[in-house]
Design a protein. Structure first.
Length: 293
């Protein structure tokens, strides 16, 4: 990876490592539809000035099917599942389970004709998956099966969306695509949010969490995210989700006083080790790729 790629990677590791904590704070005071609507609507408005040119509108219309697919997987379905799961699971455990996304992405990429997986990368994916399995046990005992399934479905959505973006939306500027997708998500959740709007006044803590989710973890994050995909590719771009768990774990334990167990530590070590191996391209794999071109 280039120096620019590493900077973008580090930024995403932090920016998308803290949403789990913020979501956990917000869902204590607002419903899931309200949270998804507020995050989507504010993010769309913040990015709108970067997305209103005639050229961008034309590109969005031309690729409207891929735009709708990306919006569904990355926002509409994923944020609903993730926010609902955090009503029952700790933010740190949720962040750790999301590490399944690169594993799923690598498999889907290969099954759909993408980058070949050499023995080293396969071993890395297996190690990372074992880390997710280690974490699933405490999750099942803490919140039941469905919240864990919701997080793993979210990871699947997060694996599919970058593949859609890289293969069908490469010529659409990131801010334009993100603004359109957030606007579509806001429209989808407008009615459910209105029907479940909070009756009580929210605390400053909740307002701050929602504002940070919309401004930093949504508007800014997607701009950086698309830059990272174009710099290093969709599959490797998802590897920052192996670092996100460490950020989520520290944030949850330090700021929310969530429990820290040996399962958390073992799972984190396994998925980080898997990240190192899964991101490598061995000489044999590289020569095989060249031979098949």
């Amino acid at each position: 990876m280039t120096a620019r790629g590493w900077v973008l990677f580090a930024a995403m590791s932090v920016i998308w490592g803290i949403p789990y904590l913020l979501i956990k704070v917000a869902v204590d005071e607002v419903s899931v539809p309200v949270l998804v609507f507020a995050r989507s609507a504010v993010g769309a408005v913040l990015l709108l000035p970067l997305a209103v040119s005639r050229k961008n509108r034309g590109l969005l219309r031309r690729h409207w099917q891929a735009v709708a697919a990306f919006a569904f997987f990355e926002i509409i379905a994923a944020w609903l599942l993730l926010s609902d799961a955090e009503r029952h699971l700790t933010s740190s455990l949720t962040g750790l389970l999301i590490a399944a996304a690169p594993i799923i992405a690598a498999v889907l990429d290969r099954l759909t004709g993408g980058e070949r997986l050499g023995p080293t990368r396969v071993a890395g994916l297996a190690i990372g998956l074992s880390g997710v399995a280690v974490l699933a046990g405490p999750g099942l005992s803490a919140g039941g099966a469905w919240p864990v399934i919701e997080v793993l479905l979210t990871a699947t959505c997060y694996a599919i969306a970058p593949l859609v973006a890289a293969r069908y939306l490469a010529d659409v500027p990131g801010p334009a695509l993100t603004s359109a997708c957030l606007g579509l998500a806001a429209l989808v959740y407008l009615t459910p949010a209105a029907l479940s709007w909070p009756q009580q006044v929210l605390t400053g803590r909740a307002y701050a969490a929602i504002a940070a989710l919309a401004g930093i973890c949504t508007a800014l994050a997607f701009v950086v995210f698309f830059a990272l995909i174009r710099e290093v590719g969709a599959t490797r771009a998802l590897l920052f989700t192996y670092v996100n768990p460490a950020v989520a774990l520290v944030a949850g334990v330090v700021l929310l006083r969530e429990p820290l167990t040996w399962f958390h530590i073992a799972g984190l070590v396994l998925i980080l080790a898997g990240s190192v191996l899964a991101s490598r391209v061995t000489p044999s794999t590289r020569s095989e790729d060249v031979a098949h071109q």
